[in-house]
Design a protein around this ligand. Sequence first.
Ligand code: F6P
Ligand code: MG
Length: 475
Amino acid sequence: SAEPAPPYVTSNKTSFAYISAKDRWPIIVTGAIDDVHRAIVACDDDAKRKEGKTILEGLAKLKYELQHDRQLTPLEDDGQPGIAEYNKQLEALGNPKWFDVPWLYSECYLYRRIATFFTPSTYWRTYDVFSRQKLSTFKSSRPAVLELAAKYSALIAQLENDAYLAQTPEDLEKAEQILFTEMCEICLWGNATDLSLLTSLTYEDIQKLQGSEARKKAEKNILVNDLPAAYGVLIKAKKAGKRERRLDIVLDNAGFELFVDLILAGYLLAAGLATQIVLHPKSIPWFVSDVLPADFAALLSALADPQSFYSAPDDPDTGKHPQPLSANEEEDLYLLFRHWSELQAEGQLIIRPNIFWTSADSYWQLPKAEPRLYEDLKESELMIFKGDLNYRKLTADAMWETTTPFTTAIGPMGAGSGVRTLALRTCKADTVVGLPEGEDERLKAMEGGGGGEDGPRKWAWSGKWAVVQFCDGKA
Ligand code: F6P
Ligand code: MG
């Protein structure tokens, strides 16, 4: 059909939309206030401090309006693209209040509004209020980073190993498919660590989610797994001898998730399943932990000199130092740096920002709202959309029946769109589609947070369950 189902709204008390507006967003804005405050205290430039205080006022006002259910005010023009569109949509929604507004719009508005406090300033123009958090969580995922770095160098070596290559073509293809599956699943679960949910997830939880043992166990938590179909199109294009085969990743979070995205990208290139990878980051600080171009640079420079990255004090207050890296660990990480910077230098790994990714539009609007981007995406063999927000945008964050086919729920990005979509999504919001009959009921009935019969879809909020869904819009 031409219209999606009605969207989730913050007035819906049994949805995560309501809990987000009530509990999560105030915590996130408070975190931003604390961060700017710390930056002001550490700064000895009067003019910068003064601007910082104006920014604090803006943040405090936003928090007040949110907590007192005021109207969303039109965004002030910060000289950056996208403001007019946000305000037009706000008007079309009838200038709603915080607790009666579509979830997707209001959450995007929140981050766009925060950006308007910083961008017009002189000293804080490019300041990322979430950067501190992003870096420290990446640091705390050290055990998983080291495990994967070791595995990656072994894997790349294996792809060139004689014994490996001497297998029959059938066995080789089977081995490749297994590796592909594992790499994609690593990449999928890397998304369970986004920081906007950290209000409910501890660092220990994160570490548990990241190890390889945890991943095997987690396979049963992938409710729909279309990886074989996605592998099918890549191997087919390879066998057809197509020389240029581009694959895109619409990125989600920085830190550990970006790290595993790059592991996947490097693997796909090394295995010849793609010849070029295009990465799509955000242009303003977004949903706390999303990747900005600067996060990519920061990750590479951490890997370029891993010993100093990891030996900086854990805790600036106690000055406690973590264990130094062993020589092998250091080497594995440095190898990643070398490999990824080479790929970038050779144009096989490309970062391509677009303002559309930080608009409030769902991807139902993409073909009309951003025709040039749409044309560009059609060039790709496969578009991988990472994470929860991308999934909400693909499905218009709508109240679909959970049995709605994925192809239907993504509307204009579905059949006949010319775009091949693969969503790697750990569920952190109510919208879920493409489930078998009875599955939602089964999950709701589970003990310990399913949500209960006829209750909220609580099981889908925590990142414990995932869906991997594919639609061939080129077929
Ligand atoms: O539902 C919780 C939430 O934080 C939403 O704000 C957002 O859709 C999502 O999770 C962010 O997660 P991700 O980083 O996976 O897009
Ligand atoms: Mg995110």
